[in-house]
Design a protein around this ligand. Sequence first.
Ligand code: NAG
Ligand code: NAG
Length: 244
Amino acid sequence: MARLSYLSAFAAFVVFRVSAQTAPQYGQCGGTGWTGATTCPANWSCTFSNAWYSQCLPGSATTTGPTTTVSTPVGTGGSTTVSSTSTASSGSATLAPGWSFVRAVEDPNFHKYLQSQVLGTASPAVLGDYTHAAQFQVVNGQLIQNADGSNLYAIVEPPANSTVVKLGLHWSTTPDTLGTFVFSGDSLEWSSPSVKRQQNNAWLVCPSGTTLSVFINLGAYAYMTPAGCADETLNAYTGTTAVP
Ligand SMILES: *[C@@H]1O[C@H](CO)[C@@H](O)[C@H](O)[C@H]1NC(C)=O
Ligand SMILES: *[C@@H]1O[C@H](CO)[C@@H](O)[C@H](O)[C@H]1NC(C)=O
């Protein structure tokens, strides 16, 4: 009996330790065997996906506390009191291990996904429907698209002159030589020693007809946004499939 109490106290301690951490936006926050953070940032909720995976998604389950904690059932994937806010869609391909979807998280392009204008080919970088979401890795500063097993590299168009406020982005079979991509947390950033920009995670999405072209924003996020364009950040998403 004494031993049992000791174990209970230990278990409580472990739960406390885990809950004290906060998972990143879109990060995993629960699931069978998950020992990481179970708390989501303010106004994000830990959303049950399946018995093995819960994820921090935008939206608050409560408006009272600064954080929302949801524990996922351990053991069987049986009943749960947590309802999913994302449909169990299988519209996109399943994410390959080690790769990420990349998507915008701000309106008017909320959950539009990075891809090639002509899917899976060396063509302009655009945002599009989740059903066509491409998969990415950053390796040695290169943003690589998995085009059916072969690599496409994100190429940033060099600035033509000092008045240019945004740089185009396209996919190529050869690597970029201008700058460096990096995921900072889940946020996609780009910098270059030869290009001055104010914020490395500031992107622009500018529609042309139905095409949502992606640009590097050389100015500050949401400041002097070029006409017709929308400020966006681009964020890695590692759910099993891309979701709307
Ligand atoms: C969370 O949402 C509430 C209500 O919309 C808002 O007042 C508050 O500033 C938000 N907190 C954060 C950290 O975004
Ligand atoms: C700078 O480059 C842009 C894009 O090529 C061009 O439209 C603009 O006329 C150029 N401005 C100057 C001052 O050269």
